[in-house]
Design a protein around this ligand. Structure first.
Ligand code: ADP
Ligand code: MG
Length: 496
């Protein structure tokens, strides 16, 4: 492998300068560990399920006990291929597993099986929006590797223990070029990558459980200077901490440099309690790890047919789906982007449309009323008390004139709060049906006109407000059941 620092430097040539912070340009590159959603480990049959009793899910292979041999999990490779295809990367026809040697209590076997010189996924890019600015972050690579165990510190008894359940869990480490130029861009990248891996289903994306962990490499430089020395913030497992950590790190580095101190390459941890980053160890170089090809594993060969089969089974990606919503349903690009925030949300929209909802109305309800309620209750669309079929029915009832928009909101509220489970039943029970009988409506209008001479006179004198007041009176007299459009039309005719 060529000298990584020089490679990164060369890749940055000709890139536009980012926004400056106190005269410094910020440079960020990400390494993300996505835990692959296989049932068993990357080289053994042990379960990957989260939350088991410590040390009940690590087998002899995960611990590399003498006499055992690792066997590649095909599902993990397939997921790596899926990611590569989703991000426009090259899938290496032949890649190599290597041993990364280091000592750590949670790695009793003394080495981690990873990929070094030849990773399975090479190149590719992630594109996303920061506000209304389109950004593209290039990937260097994504490689397969096994996770280590976990140290558990039981402060209350003053002891630490090792849980090896996580040892051998399949990871895909996704590495970017140092292409990001601000905290906002870095967080947006991480969110987009998270969306993609969960969308294609290769990772459950659960950040609290550690299924999606980001390392942010941060450096600063004067515009036009060579890349500065980076510090790597490890294991950011929430977007909020990610933002706080990177912001803090940028300020800290600038202050150090301004105070005349050079930045030392280091691995740092973010402490959410203090909001600060703290050096954990000085950074190792690749040479420290004594990488060598793992003698227990043959090179990973991926035939073109396999890649093509995976390609043919790939789900439609969020970008393509959003474009389709714009072209076939006439949605705005903004609404389409909102609806493709997650597979579940897009599926909900698709289901509502398939059940007969007008796409624009379905989009308005989902990105408006429903999004607001999901947010307020902090729940996901999968937990929404109103399913897509009921939303569609509600929209159909608005469209066919059965209920007004105002009544629809009442119906929706009854469904959401669990008061009832069917649109028609609520309409019936609450007597929300709009008046469709125009002679009954005319009687009401005549009554209103007979007692509102002042408004009539004002309307004739050209005051729009007076007309609205009359509509309001009619709506009130009909107990909200009149069709406002019909009221408008009838009133206009009657007033001449
Ligand atoms: P490791 O951290 O494992 O040694 P690499 O040397 O391949 O791995 O670099 C990892 C990450 O550091 C990449 O995401 C890359 O974009 C980022 N990076 C490299 N140089 C810089 C820099 N000067 N400033 C910020 N990020 C950088
Ligand atoms: Mg690193």
């Amino acid at each position: 492998m060529s000298d990584p620092v020089n490679t990164f430097e060369a890749q940055q040539e000709g890139r536009p300068t980012g926004p400056l912070v106190q005269g410094y340009e910020v440079i960020i590159g990400f390494e993300t560990h996505a835990q692959l959603s296989t049932a068993s480990k990357i080289f053994s049959r042990a379960s990957t399920a989260f939350g088991a009793e410590p040390n009940t899910q690590a087998c002899a292979v995960d611990l590399a006990l003498p006499g055992t041999l690792p066997v590649m999990n095909k599902g993990a490779v397939e997921r790596a291929i899926q990611l590569g295809l989703a991000l426009g990367s090259t899938i290496a026809p032949r890649s190599v597993f290597a041993r990364k040697n280091y000592f750590y209590p949670d790695l009793p076997k003394g080495y981690q099986i990873s990929q070094f010189e030849i990773p399975v996924v090479q190149g590719g890019a992630v594109s996303f929006f920061v506000g209304d600015e389109s950004k593209t972050v290039r990937l260097v690579r994504a490689h397969l590797e096994e996770d280590a165990g976990k140290s558990l510190h039981e402060d209350f008894i003053g002891q630490s223990g090792i849980d090896l359940n996580r040892a051998g869990t399949p990871l895909l480490e996704i590495v970017t070029e140092p292409d990001m130029r601000s905290t906002a861009e870095a967080v947006a990248y991480a969110k987009e990558l998270h969306k993609i891996v969960t969308w294609i289903g290769i990772c459950d994306g659960n950040m609290q459980e550690g299924s999606f962990r980001c390392d942010a490499n941060v450096s600063v430089r004067k515009p036009g200077a060579k890349l500065g020395t980076r510090r790597e913030i490890k294991n950011l497992n929430s977007f909020k901490f990610m933002q706080q950590a990177i912001d803090y790190e940028i300020r800290w580095q600038i202050e150090e440099i301004e105070d005349g101190r050079a930045i030392q390459q280091a691995t740092v941890l973010f402490d959410p309690d203090t909001g600060e980053t703290r050096a954990m160890r000085t950074k190792e170089d690749a040479a420290d790890y004594r990488y060598f090809p793992d003698p227990d594993l043959p090179p990973l060969a991926i035939a073109q047919e396999w890649i093509e089969r995976v390609r043919s089974e790939m789900p439609e990606l969020p970008r393509a789906m959003a474009e389709r919503y714009v072209t076939t349903h006439g949605l705005s690009a903004y609404d389409a982007a909102q609806l493709t925030q997650s597979v579940a949300l897009a599926q909900y929209f698709d289901a509502a449309v398939a059940a007969g909802a007008a796409p624009k109305l379905a989009s308005n309800w989902i990105t408006g009323e429903i999004a607001r309620r999901l947010n307020a209750q902090d729940i996901a669309i999968g937990e929404a008390p109103v399913d897509a079929a009921q939303l569609a029915k509600l929209i159909v009832r608005i469209g066919d004139g059965t209920i007004s928009n105002a009544a629809a909101r009442q119906v929706f509220d009854a469904l959401w709060t669990g008061e009832a489970s069917d649109v028609d039943a609520v309409i019936e029970a609450k007597g929300l049906k709009q008046m469709s009988d125009s002679s009954a409506l005319e009687t009401i209008i005549d009554g209103v006109l007979a007692t509102n001479e002042k408004n009539i006179a004002e309307y004739r004198a050209g005051k729009d407000k007076a007309f609205n007041a009359l509509v309001g009176q009619v709506m009130k007299a009909s107990q909200g059941k009149a069709n406002p459009a019909q009221v408008n039309a009838l009133l206009k005719t009657k007033l001449g």
